[in-house]
Design a protein around this ligand. Structure first.
Ligand code: ADP
Ligand code: NI
Length: 222
């Protein structure tokens, strides 16, 4: 029964996301699902709940629904009820989806269940490292943001509202979110993976600054 529900949910999500908004396409969801199941197995979580919540976690994102932060859990609830899923399962998955998102540097968002913590870790692992860098610039390009502007410093948003309204250059997003994530992983397994992805982003930012400032060019003296 639960395998069938997962397969149906996968088809439902695939169909909804295939059109592909930037950073939240089916490939993101599939990576998060695989990572979440791997983390969940290592941490002893309920893998059915983890896989369902991971599949549904971006089914309706507040960024693309006029800032409605509950659009995602509502859409997931509607879908799971239509599949006659057990009411406790529906409630659990909806709660995980409400708790998963990053809401600003100064906003506490630790999920209350192990399954939620695992899904949040998997989602955040996909926002850092090489893939995270690619997704950040894809999002910035979609929003027509500058790559970098030395005159606009990063903002440590202390409310969801302020984070939501940010329009800074994409490099700022690294300081406002991506570089903070390694210390906010919930599980030991995710912390380990995050460490190397974090180092890769730091190396990228150092090289970006070197190129920006022309420090990677050494004139040959005659
Ligand atoms: P998540 O799926 O981790 O909750 P979001 O939904 O916040 O992430 O964002 C989706 C992707 O877009 C992530 O890779 C995220 O880092 C990136 N992103 C979000 N906001 C910005 C921004 N202001 N500038 C650049 N990238 C962003
Ligand atoms: Ni996501």
């Amino acid at each position: 029964m639960s395998r069938l529900l997962i397969e149906r949910t996968e088809a439902f999500v695939r169909e909804r996301l295939d059109a592909g908004d930037v950073g939240h396409d089916w490939q993101h969801v599939d990576r998060v699902r695989r990572t979440a199941v791997m983390l969940g197995a290592a941490e002893g979580a309920d893998l059915i709940v983890v896989e369902l919540a991971a599949l549904l976690h971006d089914v309706a994102d507040w960024k693309f629904h006029d800032g409605d932060e509950f659009a995602g859990s509502r859409a997931a609830t509607h879908w799971l009820r239509s599949q006659l899923a057990a009411p406790e399962l529906v409630t659990l998955v909806a709660q995980i989806i409400d708790e998963v998102s990053f809401k600003g540097a100064g906003v506490q968002t630790q999920p209350t269940t192990l399954e939620g913590q695992v899904v949040q870790d998997a989602d955040r692992l996909d926002a850092i490292g090489a893939i995270g860098i690619a997704r950040a610039f894809a999002y910035g390009g979609h929003k027509k943001r500058a790559l970098y502007d030395p005159l606009i410093p990063p903002t440590p948003h202390d409310s969801f509202e302020a984070y939501r309204q940010g329009t800074g250059p994409t490099i700022n997003h690294f300081h406002e979110k991506l570089l903070l994530l390694k210390d906010r992983m919930n599980t030991a397994t995710a912390r380990q993976i995050a460490a190397s992805r974090h180092r890769f982003m730091e190396a990228f930012l150092q090289q970006f600054a070197r190129e920006w400032n022309g420090e990677d060019y050494r004139p040959v003296c005659g």
